[in-house]
Design a protein around this ligand. Structure first.
Ligand code: F6P
Length: 542
């Protein structure tokens, strides 16, 4: 992994460790323009990172050495780059419009026809539900839609439905149930009626324990509360790659929306997994979302590395993690409607790049994915931003905002943006001891008081951030934003040398949970467990 560009970056970091961002801005009035980029309707200012032109030159050299362009070409060509699962990675084909000059082939066959076929199926169904011609067993229109799924079969659709709330059908209320904790399902079921509810059972594999448990309980509830067996088909549809398991569960495969093994779970909101999005926003809205993502894909696939938004975002992240020592990355959307974006990005980035070995199974020589976390601003400011400003760890922040608001309270929006901009300025500038002294003196404090208070009021500053601006939060801009992060994740995976498309790390816990659940069910604790596990199980059983 430690190629010559990597070693050059190590030396460069040493040489620039005293770089002060405030000084860099003072000396270069064009710094903000130099380190900004606009593409696919998105603007990013990455100038508030500890970078110089030389840093970017070396990072781009690293991208070349690590073969970012070549790996992208393999992905675009439908090669099975997910080597441990022997799968192609073609989620970009899901948003490639019909008639596009770009074609995505798998084993020589254009997957576009299949994609368009399922989109047409989704269009027909969603139109019927939205215009009321799809009715429940008692002839009433659908009013509530419950998506039952977890991970990629939940986070993406939920995040998008929340983000596009302003554009949603007024009659339809969306609900998302993912947790196997019965409280999640009960909470939703207590609010809906069997006559007017449509359940979408969304699972790529259709073997996920949480989803099948929730779906079974939802069907039991339906039948126990006036729903007839003959009407299950009107109230339960499935989204899956696994028709056999869908049929076994008892859902008519005519009511199944399919997708394919070349769509990773966390990259699946663009497939039929996005059915809830299409129901809420209409197929036209869904296709706008796809169009925004396609816009970003084309930029990513064609722009040179040094003018390529996902590449630059990825490289700045690599700089922060591998050369400046950041072990976590905060995402702060200054948009309440994007409140599920940090959770979505957690799965996208951490499930993709949270790996310790490279594609060939060799142990990595340097850290890979940082911990991704965050909350919407301004809420975060009154919670964890204290640590971002004055804590012992330096944590880079992605500030995300829309310049124009969708809502009817423009004064709120101005205040929101003021806070967003102020936070990145504060993180970068900090507050010197001299400034603190002047402030405290002006407040009339004496020298002893000033001396005691100064360390508490001092901000080191020089803390890195990106500011990502959309013009407005729309299906199209949201599509571009999500694709930006997907492609950033891809580029970082290439730099770190990992397979970004498998997730073996989630399997062990699933296996052990099955064994433990079987033992809890019969009340017998196997001696094979360790002392702590046995004691916990006995406590649960008693
Ligand atoms: O357990 C992890 C995972 O496999 C994710 O990658 C996936 O998004 C999620 O579970 C749900 O899987 P499925 O859609 O097959 O139910």
């Amino acid at each position: 992994m430690k190629t010559s560009a990597w070693n050059a970056l190590d030396s460069h970091r040493l040489a620039t460790q005293n770089l002060r961002l405030a000084d860099e801005f003072a000396h270069d009035e064009h710094r903000a323009q130099k380190f900004s980029i606009e593409a696919a309707g998105i603007f990013i200012d990455y100038s508030k990172n500890l970078i110089t032109a030389e840093t970017m030159r070396l990072l781009l050299e690293l991208a070349r050495e690590r073969g970012v362009t070549q790996r992208l070409d393999l992905m675009l060509a439908g090669e099975r780059i997910n080597v441990s699962e022997h799968r192609a990675v073609l989620h970009m084909a899901l948003r490639n419009p019909a008639g596009s000059v770009r074609r995505y082939l798998l084993d020589g066959i254009d997957v576009g026809d299949e994609v368009q076929r399922v989109l047409a199926h989704m269009r027909k169904f969603t139109q019927q539900v939205r215009d009321g011609t799809w009715q429940g067993g008692t002839g009433r229109e659908i009013a509530d839609i419950v998506n039952i799924g977890i991970g990629g079969s939940d986070l993406g659709p939920q995040m998008v439905c929340e983000a596009l709330r302003e554009f949603a059908h007024p009659r339809l209320t969306m609900h998302f149930v993912s947790n196997v904790d019965g409280a999640a399902l009960e909470r939703v079921l207590s609010k809906v009626s069997t006559e007017t509810t449509l359940f979408i059972v969304a699972s790529k594999t259709f073997t996920t324990q949480e989803t099948l448990t929730n779906a079974t309980s939802a069907r039991d509830w339906f039948l126990a509360n006036g729903g007839r067996e003959a009407d299950v088909a009107k109230h339960f549809v499935a989204v899956s790659t696994n028709a056999v398991e869908v049929a076994k569960f008892g859902i008519d495969t005519a009511n199944m929306f399919e997708f394919w093994d070349w769509v990773g779970g966390r990259y699946s909101l663009w497939s039929a997994i996005g059915l809830s999005i299409a129901l809420a926003n209409g197929m036209d809205g869904f296709e706008e979302l796809l169009a925004g993502a396609h816009f970003m894909d084309e930029h990513f696939a064609t722009a040179p590395l040094d003018a390529n938004m996902p590449v630059l975002l990825a490289l700045v992240g690599v700089w922060n993690v591998n050369f400046c020592g950041a072990s976590s990355q905060c995402v702060a959307p200054y948009a309440q409607d994007l409140h599920r974006l940090p959770a979505f990005l957690q799965q996208l980035e951490m499930e993709s790049n949270g790996k310790s070995v490279d594609r060939d199974g060799n142990v990595l020589a340097a850290p890979s994915c940082p911990v991704i976390w965050g909350e919407p601003g301004t809420n975060g400011q009154h919670a964890f931003f204290q640590l971002l400003h004055q804590g012992t760890s330096v944590i880079p922040v992605d500030f995300i905002a829309a310049v124009h608001c969708n809502g009817k309270l423009p004064d709120h929006h101005r205040l929101l943006l003021a806070n967003c901009i102020a936070q990145s300025e504060a993180l970068m500038l900090g507050k010197s001891e001299a400034q603190v002294h002047t402030e405290l003196r002006a407040q009339g404090l004496n020298a002893t008081e000033i001396y005691a208070l100064t360390p508490h009021k001092f901000f080191a500053g020089n803390r890195p951030s990106n500011t990502i601006l959309l013009d407005k939060l729309t299906p199209k801009s949201l599509g571009a934003l999500i694709a930006l992060y997907e492609q950033k994740t891809f580029v970082q995976g290439v730099i770190w040398g990992v397979n970004s498309f498998d997730q073996w790390g989630v399997e062990l816990g699933k296996q052990l949970a099955k064994t433990i659940d079987a033992e809890l069910k019969v009340g017998i604790v196997s001696e094979a467990h360790d002392g702590s596990t046995k004691a916990l199980m006995r406590r649960v059983i008693s």
